[in-house]
Design a protein around this ligand. Structure first.
Ligand code: ATP
Ligand code: MG
Length: 467
């Protein structure tokens, strides 16, 4: 590489498309900056060259490239870039006139309280904002519950607590009532913490705010323990979840090893993606088979799960199976009522793949080996994992993401999400994040690594062979 640099033989000139971010000035023609960033005069900061991020600071979506024989970049030939997150020299909100609202929606995830705490402390300490409000119980709280006033003293120890002190809920999304409430309470910054459904709601709020030409900045902070949000490297809570999942796998392994023909079965979170199952499998090394939504599996016949487990029990006397909650949903028989069942937010209700697998394994053993001992210990750590406080890595992540969100809104950007892309925090249009999915790529080396350490069957291939 040094030779390349010295000889200047390496030419880097990709085409770059910069994802434009909405700004309040796009629709508020008379909007003027409120002034220089108050961080200039903050006694705890010493802004030097490079402290502030400027308009031309970007983050490239893809950093791994392929060189052509002439050592120019062959693929991708086109690069997507996002605006870099961070404090700006000029801000568009005066601290006295800023009135911020924070809301949490959807399921629990480690780190929610840390994000809330850091939003409050960041707004207060970095920008001198004193009007900060918590919206209780999710989107419905905007129009049905009086907001609560937040300050650093009140939230100082929230990062040590699991769940969300603001409370959360599903459903209750009424766009007109929510935006009316934002107007009536005089909020001009709205911080929305939630999963994919919440982000779709945040896009609608942003669009309605823009339609009404309100000076209200809207930002989304993706909360998904499953790590299923696209574009960003990862979401907060994921690392904590993997750490906890590994403990559940360890317990299942102990149970399986301590029984005659013991199977430890662990169901992990992941409705549409198997990132937690994959990462916990790779880090624990005790897993014999990892089942995720991105790949099909089947029980009976050649190359099926039962044949594989029979072999493992013969060889080792025990086995551990990890299954993500979205795996095998099409294998589980559903009643008509179950097919139509939806939660309050309108999401399909997933059936318990772990409980179903446990029953199927028992039926199989009783049928094939009626006189031999057999044990299945089923562990579902879902609610335990969701409820714990964030670990150190996730807590740091939450702090960075909260501060980036504040800097972005203060700079007048709106309709964006903040998150790390190739380890650099960037601002991404909300609408892009609401659509993007992060699925496990079963064609890349990580999934091959899972298959090589478990030696589990490649259900897809075996399935095709048998057709
Ligand atoms: P998770 O699934 O990770 O727990 P989520 O944000 O996806 O989090 P949901 O219950 O699906 O959780 O949605 C949270 C909130 O967002 C609910 O109040 C729901 O009404 C609202 N919401 C969901 N989908 C939409 C949508 N398409 N448009 C507007 N609001 C939505
Ligand atoms: Mg969701």
């Amino acid at each position: 590489l040094q030779d390349h640099l010295d000889d200047h033989a390496f030419s880097f000139s990709p085409n770059i498309t910069l994802k434009k971010l909405p700004h309040l000035s796009d629709y508020l023609q008379d909007l003027q900056p409120a002034g220089p960033n108050p961080l200039d005069h903050n006694p705890f900061f010493h802004p030097s060259d490079g402290f502030y991020v400027n308009k031309s600071d970007i983050v490239l979506r893809q950093v791994a490239c392929r060189l052509s024989p002439s050592e120019t970049i062959a693929s991708p030939s086109h690069h997507l870039a996002y605006i870099r997150a961070g404090p700006r020299k000029q801000i568009f909100f005066d601290h006295c006139a800023t009135r911020a609202a924070i809301v949490t929606c959807g399921g629990l995830c480690p780190g929610m309280n840390t994000v809330i705490r850091e939003l409050v402390v960041g707004l207060w300490d970095l920008y001198g904002v004193r009007q900060i409000y918590g919206i209780k119980a999710g989107y419905r709280g905007f129009y049905s519950i009086h907001p609560i006033e937040l300050n650093p003293k009140m939230v100082h120890n929230w990062h040590g607590r699991g769940g969300t002190v603001l409370e959360t809920s599903r459903g209750g999304f009424d766009l007109t009532k929510i935006v009316d409430a934002i107007e009536n309470h005089g909020f001009n910054q709205v911080y929305i913490i939630g999963g994919d459904g919440t982000m779709r709601g945040a896009v609608k709020i942003f669009e309605e705010v823009r339609r009404r030409k309100l000076k209200v900045g809207v930002t989304g902070i993706p909360k998904t323990v499953d790590n299923d949000v696209g574009i960003i490297d990862r979401s907060f809570g994921f690392q904590t979840a993997v750490e906890m999942a590994e403990q559940a796998i360890h317990a299942a392994h102990v149970e399986a090893e301590s029984a005659v023909n013991g199977i430890g079965l662990v169901k992990l979170m992941g409705r549409s993606t198997g990132h937690i199952a994959l990462h916990a499998t790779l880090s624990s090394r005790d897993v014999d088979c990892c089942l995720i939504p991105e790949t099909e599996f089947y029980l009976e016949g050649k190359g099926g799960l039962l044949e594989f487990l029979e072999q493992r029990l013969k060889e080792r006397g025990h086995a551990v199976v990890v299954v993500a909650e979205g795996a095998g949903q099409d294998l589980i028989p559903r009643t008509t009522a179950q097919k139509e069942e939806r939660d309050e937010s309108g999401n399909m209700v997933f059936l318990d793949v772990g409980a179903w697998l446990k029953t199927e394994l028992k039926k199989w053993w009783d049928r094939e080996h009626p006189h031999e001992l057999f044990t299945v210990k089923y562990i579902d750590p879902t609610y335990m994992i969701r409820a714990v406080p964030a670990n150190a890595t996730d807590n740091l992540y939450c702090t960075l993401v909260a501060h980036s969100a504040i800097h972005g809104l203060m700079a007048g950007y709106t309709g964006f999400v903040t998150g790390p892309i190739n380890a650099n925090h960037a601002y991404i249009p909300l609408a892009d994040v609401a659509q993007a999915k992060n699925e496990v790529n079963i064609k890349d080396h990580k999934w091959e690594w899972v298959r090589s350490i478990t030696n589990q069957p490649d259900f897809v291939k075996s399935n095709q062979n048998s057709v």
